[in-house]
Design a protein around this ligand. Structure first.
Ligand code: GLU
Length: 305
């Protein structure tokens, strides 16, 4: 299997690179706007400890919303079920940065992966901690899960988003007006922008994702129940309003980021990180989604059989 998979990944890299349509990079964060969309990397961490890679698997990229998975893991570890008093567990069917439902649903975001929900998670991370301590907690989790201390924040990306992050600022103030943000909105957005600006390669991300896949690399980091719940949320909400389409095409829990990263989980089997910075209309990696679809087809790893 491993040998076949290794060859498949090399072929996949070649096929994806032959693509004519890479999608568009996210330019609302100016620092990400200049990145060449025609790039691709993939890393697959298997249950037996092997790591297979192809393309630019060692190239660091801005993980953006993929960080929401790990921030959620930290907060669930800290306060557990209480989080659900402040955030829902339903797909939103709206864009990642939408404010629409927040008014109708009185400031309780639909799920922890849309921006409004992620801001509440970051607010929880900040409870009793400074922004620096909260960020250290997420980075510490990632470093332990990946077994790699060389994971850092790209400050230029964080500052670039902060200078243009009016929508997230609006969401934070709106949440605060409903009493669902305890810390000052600019503390929360500032911490959130830095969390999103964590840089990792596919190799590091696939290794960190093993804890979400239940591969027992660091068994004390995340309980079985929390791991299962995070996977359920990734399946139903991980690609924003494109989550149904992703489940249909790939059939695996995953989380996307506007930096073009994708963490895909084959529970109990593998943690897969894919990067290609060109995005589709939902803000998810275009070539990355195609690669995940082909990989799921090849391996038969879809949770739907
Ligand atoms: N930092 C980005 C934002 O809040 C993350 C969005 C994403 O990666 O989907 O707009």
């Amino acid at each position: 299997m491993t040998q076949h998979l290794g060859r498949f990944l090399d072929d996949l890299d070649r096929d994806i690179r032959a693509s004519a349509d890479w999608g568009k990079v996210a330019d609302y964060i100016p620092e990400l706007g200049g990145i060449d969309p025609a790039q691709f990397g993939i890393a697959v961490a298997l249950a037996d400890g092997q790591l297979l890679t192809a393309g630019q698997a060692g190239q660091p990229f801005s993980i953006q919303s993929v960080s929401k998975v790990f921030a959620l893991a930290c907060v669930l570890g800290r306060i557990g079920e209480q989080l659900w008093l402040r955030v829902g567990r339903e797909p939103s069917g709206d864009r990642f940065d939408s404010i629409l439902l927040l008014e109708q649903e009185k400031g309780r975001p639909r799920n922890p992966f849309i921006n409004a929900g992620a801001l509440v998670v970051t607010d929880e991370l900040l409870t009793g901690r400074s922004p620096k301590q909260a960020l250290s907690e997420v980075i510490g989790f990632l470093r332990t899960a990946a077994g790699d201390d060389d994971i850092h924040i790209d400050k230029a990306v964080a500052e670039s988003e902060a200078a243009h992050g009016h929508r997230n600022a609006a969401l934070a103030h709106y949440l605060r007006s409903f009493g669902n943000l305890r810390n000052p909105p600019d503390h929360v957005t500032g911490t959130y922008f830095h969390q999103c600006a964590i840089e990792m390669s596919c190799i590091q991300l696939a290794r960190a994702g093993r804890v979400i896949a239940g591969l027992d690399c660091a068994p004390n980091l995340l309980s079985r129940v929390k791991q299962r719940r995070i996977n359920a949320l990734m399946m139903t909400c991980g690609q924003y309003d494109g989550s149904g389409n992703f489940a249909f095409r790939v059939g695996l829990p995953a989380k996307s980021g506007v930096g073009g990263g994708l963490l895909v989980i084959a529970p109990g089997r593998a943690s897969i990180a894919i990067w290609s910075p060109g995005l589709d209309g939902w803000g998810n990696s275009q070539a990355g989604t195609l690669a995940a679809e082909k990989l799921a087809e090849f391996t038969g790893w879809s949770v739907f059989g």
